[in-house]
Every structure is written in structure tokens, then in C-alpha cells.
Design a protein around this ligand. Sequence first.
Ligand code: GDP
Ligand code: MG
Length: 166
Amino acid sequence: KSGFVSIIGRPNVGKSTLLNHVMGQKIAIMSDKAQTTRNKIQGIYTTETEQIVFIDTPGIHKPHNALGDYMVESAYSTLREVDTVLFMVPADEPRGKGDNMIIERLKQAKVPVILVVNKIDKVHPDRLLAQIDDFRTQMDFKEVIPISALEGNNTDRLLAILKDNL
Ligand code: GDP
Ligand code: MG
């Protein structure tokens, strides 16, 4: 069984960190500096029976120039190319305009969207629950998975859900 999954979200939420963790090696470029993932980067996760192609995307922001516009559209273009979208948001920052802009595009997509709330190592559980409740008021997500991509918390559960949906 196989499928395509893209990871989208604002810059710096941990998209590349998740891909690196899943692949167990440094494939995507990780950085504190936003916009270091210039184009779609793929990692192929394989077991004996499953294959999941992960597409890391440039952070979605309000573009200020042609390169920014190209990167943002390249992230959105994955919505037409994949079987599942992981919409990643950080647990430690409130929902902002950037997230709302992405949510409007996700609502138009025909693909199932899983909300991945990352960086749970940085917040108190109450704050995490409030963050999840808040995002749920905006859109129906197929699943909501809190993780720490950095520490690898709950990433096995995320993978299990992706495998179930192949
Ligand atoms: P991207 O722009 O969405 O691809 O974000 P990156 O993967 O480049 O990560 C941006 C920053 O967030 C880096 O400094 C990462 O180390 C950090 N980061 C990513 N995931 C986590 C996490 O789960 N917990 C914490 N504390 N930091 C994280
Ligand atoms: Mg990145």
C-alpha cells in the first residue's frame, strides 16, 4: 500500500523537523531562519508493506515578491497531488492571520486534512487543549494529533494513522 502526504503550515512550525524525524536522517533543511525550504522536498518512508511519500513544503506566508509567491503556490499545489494533508501549527503560538489564510485554502481542497499540533514539549497541557479547541472551531479536521517533532513524542501515532488511511 502506498500514498502521498504533504506537510503544510506557516514558516518555522516544524515541518522539516517532522520529515527529518520520520526519515531518521537529515533530508530537509532545518533552520531557525524562515524560508529555508525553497521547494518541495520528498522523503519516502518504506516498510515491507507500506510506502508513504512525504512532501515537505516551503512555509506559507503572505508573499512579498515573485519568489515568495512561487514558494507559497508550490506548497498549495500539493493539495491537488496528495492523498492526505498534514496541516501543522505550533502549540505555543496563538492562531493568527497566516493560519486563517491557510485554513481558507484547505477548506476548498478535496483531500482529508489532519491537524498536527507540534511543539507540545513547549506548553502546558491546558494550553494544548485550548489550542486544539480553537482550531476545531475553524474547520473539520479528519484527525487532530499533538506531537513534538523534535523529541519524537506521538509521531508513531501519527504514522500509524497515516498507514491506516493508505
Ligand atoms: P519549518 O519551517 O516548518 O520547516 O520548521 P523547522 O522544521 O525548520 O523548525 C523550525 C524551528 O522549530 C527549529 O529551530 C526546530 O528545531 C524547532 N522545532 C521543530 N519542532 C519542534 C518541537 O517539536 N519542539 C520544539 N521545542 N522545537 C521544535
Ligand atoms: Mg522547512
